[in-house]
Design a binder for this molecule. Structure first.
Ligand code: MTE
Ligand code: HPA
Ligand code: MOS
Length: 783
């Protein structure tokens, strides 16, 4: 692992921010003393709920036999759609998901109802004794069938620039291909969980492991038929979310709340791992068909791309996910004449949802695969082909600059040319490529491959309205500070960064600032903590809140000392004027005595962004985060087994607020992306049942899979846009650096085949698929 930059590195921009301070919960987490929803001390009388799942992918729900379950001692109730007191459809934006299945079931794992019992074990046991009567109907289980049947959750969308058909007709070379890229289970360590507690006067407290407390509040109120103000949602932290708790924590909370409402008791609902796999949606699997045109140098001249998006049975976040995929099909490259169509296919599976990258990875990977194939087709170095296609200030064919995306946004602050060159040098790419060449010549069984791939990831929610945030900063009489903001903590370190920002704004030591649990009664209408924008949005809102308090104090102290507020400084726990130096605590006490407001709110909305939903064009992103990775792999040509040997990353987080946390995000994101593209395989059988629903069959990377050489360096320049402390978002972009693993594996397969033929490898590149790709020609489709 990489050494952390030491204190006082060039990243430093304040006593707290810029430092690799430990995560605010690290010590508690290591000691097992950090509280997750299931650790909250239970209130007397708490009951437990477990879901009843459909075993049929599509069918008519004729009735539910609850007798056997209800006969079990300790079982309190079986609740079905008819028992939902408010709206029977969830408050999801498309209104296409029932709280509990009504009349029809739409996937294996759909929740038909919940059993409520005196213990979790009993509830789970009894749930299996509930017998739904389902008349099977034909199920749609793959995207091509869905496309043929026009089975969509949302209508198709397209982005076009120039004339792709004409460009392809004129192109010196063309290639056609297909690619299948699998989904991904979130595998958060803490599964989905909610604990619903009745309060006085039909008010409700929900503890939810959610990235979006505001949405849980809204959904619960909607299902209970109450006003939003009657529901308070709290989340101190999640044991990981990764997008899986952006919307889908809401379901659990609603189920628990409906049970609590009916029985007038606190109810906890915690899915076991297998049920979590069966019930909740995953990263969207994508299928692609493309035709690409290019010249002798590998420069792209036309691209026609069709994306078939497996959305599952409902829309959920599939609209914005599919759009982000379109917005990232360029990755780092100028696509001049391009035609991208996206079909948001409705299938009888779990409803696929946000997952780190949010469609971005699925947009980028197909273009990276295409560029790798072009390089091999022309006998060029794939890195050279990638560099040749980067956005730049050069003029394009029609005179315009090669710096505007296919959706009309100018790419500013583009550092990729320099970044790729620097990584090529520091990772000794050329030298190693030669070494790999001679290794492959000498070795019969183990073949190696290498690839450098870039990332350019757009930061902001594409839906402009979500790019707002609020915060509260309270200064107590002893000078200690509490910050609360609309974001949630899922392990990424948001609370730590926000506390660092507030500490520096008030000039107090970090230990004086505490970040409190996310709570809908403190900051209302907060957006999901998602799109990597947690710190950008909430950090800025908290900075503004702290600044208001500081301004109050500065005006007050300036008055005392007869100087302007601008001459008052806050640093090192002191408040300094040209006349006096006082401790922060002393100033707070004096200010209180003089009735000065010691707390404030802060509000931030991202500037500059706009976007036309109808044409999918505009400036959806405030800025781009950049990165590049160089990965070397080895494959065993007899078994298809493969290993990542060496990874060198250069990643852009602007001026880091916390390099330690940022490097952690880069390492974690990369390894998670590596899992997506190598070992994590979701297999649905012919009946539509997910057969890989536990760690025994679904393989996430382990510590042993982390490459022995894993070097992460941070790009040293600040954000060129005015973002909090010059930083950039970091949560999602590094996941896509793992596309270099896939491209290195394809390089190794090509080296193993050594037949000059195009190769075909779908993702994930399991041992089985790698072996298949080595031994089969690309023209044949995989069975
Ligand atoms: N890191 C950890 N440890 N756990 C998580 O669940 N989620 C990722 C990323 N990093 C996640 C994580 C996702 S999907 C997003 S969008 C961002 O964190 C959200 O947090 P941020 O906006 O504060 O970066
Ligand atoms: N990213 C992540 N989550 C989201 C987005 C997005 O762009 N839009 C809505 N939810
Ligand atoms: Mo992250 S997929 O935007 O929650």
């Amino acid at each position: 692992m990489s050494a952390l930059p030491s204190l006082g590195t060039p990243y430093a921009n304040g006593p707290a921010s810029g430092q690799s301070l430990p995560h605010e919960s690290a010590a508690a987490q290591i000691a097992g003393a950090a509280t997750y929803v299931d650790d909250i001390l239970e209130v007397r009388g708490t009951l437990y709920a477990a879901p009843v799942l459909s075993k049929v992918a599509h069918g008519k729900l004729r009735g539910v036999d609850t007798q056997a379950a209800l006969a079990m001692p300790g079982v309190r109730a079986v609740l079905l759609a008819a028992d939902v007191p408010g709206h029977k459809m969830l408050a999801a934006f498309a209104g296409d998901e029932p709280v509990f299945a009504q009349d029809t079931v739409q996937f294996v794992g759909q929740v038909i109802g919940v059993v409520v019992a005196d213990s979790m074990a009993l509830a789970r046991l009894a749930a299996r004794k509930v017998l739904p009567d389902i008349e099977p109907l034909p199920a749609v289980l793959d995207v091509r069938t869905a496309l043929a049947a026009q089975s969509f959750v949302l209508p198709p969308v397209a982005v076009r620039r120039g004339d792709a058909a004409q460009a392809l007709a004129r192109a010196p070379h063309t290639l056609q291909g297909t690619l299948e890229v699998g989904g991904q289970e979130h595998f958060y360590l803490e599964g989905q969980v909610a604990y619903a507690l009745p309060q006085e006067q039909n008010q409700w407290l929900i503890h939810s492991s959610t990235q979006h407390p505001g949405e849980v509040q809204h959904w619960v109120a909607h299902a209970l038929g109450l006003d939003n103000h009657a529901v308070r949602v709290e989340c101190r932290r999640m044991g990981g979310g990764f997008g899986g708790k952006e919307t889908q924590a809401g379901h659990l909370a609603v189920w628990a709340a409906v049970a609590a409402h009916t029985l007038k008791k606190p109810v906890k609902l915690r899915l076991d791992r297998d049920d979590d796999f069966m019930v909740t949606g995953k990263r969207h699997p994508f299928s692609y068909d493309y035709t690409v045109g290019f010249d002798d140098t590998g420069r792209l001249c036309g691209l026609k791309l069709q994306m078939l998006v497996n959305c599952g049975f409902s829309a959920d976040l599939s609209g914005p996910v599919a759009e982000r995929a379109i917005f990232h099909a360029d990755n780092a490259y100028f696509l001049e004449d391009v035609d991208i169509t996206s079909y948001r296919c409705k299938l009888n599976t779990q409803s696929h949802t946000a997952f780190r990258g949010f469609g971005g990875p699925q947009g980028m990977i197909v273009t990276e695969v295409i560029l790798g194939d072009i390089a091999r087709h022309l006998g060029l170095d794939p890195l050279a082909v990638r560099m040749r296609n980067l956005y730049s200030s050069e003029a394009s064919g029609n005179g315009a600059q090669r710096d505007t995306t296919h959706y009309g946004m100018q790419v500013e602050g583009n550092i990729l040319q320099a970044m790729l060159s620097k990584l090529e040098q520091s990772a000794q790419y050329q030298k190693r490529r030669e070494a790999i060449f001679s290794w492959n010549k000498d070795q019969a069984v183990i073949k190696r491959g290498i690839a450098i791939t870039p990332v350019k990831f757009g930061i902001s929610f594409t839906a402009t309205l979500f790019n707002q945030a609020g915060a509260l900063v309270h200064v107590y009489l002893d000078g200690s500070v509490m910050v609360n903001h609309g974001g949630t903590e899922m392990g990424q370190g948001l609370h730590t960064k926000v506390a660092q920002i507030v500490a520096d704004e008030l000039g107090v030591p970090m230990q004086r600032v505490l970040s409190s649990a996310s709570d809908t009664s403190k900051v209302p209408n907060a957006s999901a903590t998602a799109a990597s924008a947690g710190t950008d949005l909430n950090g800025r809102a908290a900075q503004f809140a702290a600044r208001h308090v500081r301004d109050n104090l500065a005006a007050f102290v300036g008055g005392l000392d007869g100087v302007g507020a601008g001459a008052v400084q806050f640093a090192g726990g002191q408040v300094i004027t040209p006349a006096t130096t006082r401790s922060f605590e002393a100033v707070v006490a004096l200010a209180y005595a003089n009735r000065i407001q010691l707390w404030s709110d802060g509000f931030y909305r991202t500037p500059k962004i706009h976007y036309d939903k109808a044409t999918l064009s505009g400036r959806p992103f405030y800025y781009f985060a950049y990165g590049a990775a160089c990965t070397e792999v080895a494959i065993d040509t007899l078994t298809g087994e493969n290993r990542v040997l060496r990874v060198d990353i250069l990643h852009d987080v602007g001026r880091s607020i916390n390099p330690g946390l940022d490097i952690g995000q880069i390492e974690g994101g990369f390894v998670q992306g590596m899992g997506w593209l190598t070992t994590e395989e979701l297999v649905w059988n012919a009946q539509g049942t997910l057969t890989t629903h536990a760690p025994s069959t679904y393989k996430i990377p382990t510590a042993g899979d982390v490459p022995a050489h894993f070097k992460v360096d941070l790009w040293p320049e600040p954000n060129t846009e005015d973002n909090v402390f010059g930083s950039k978002a970091v949560g999602e972009p590094p996941l896509m650096l793992a596309i270099s693993v896939f491209e290195a594996l394809r390089d190794a397969v090509a080296n193993a085949r050594n037949d000059g033929q195009a190769l075909h490898l779908d993702a994930p590149a399991t041992a089985e698929r790698v072996l298949w790709a080595i031994t089969n020609s690309s023209v044949a489709q995989r069975a």
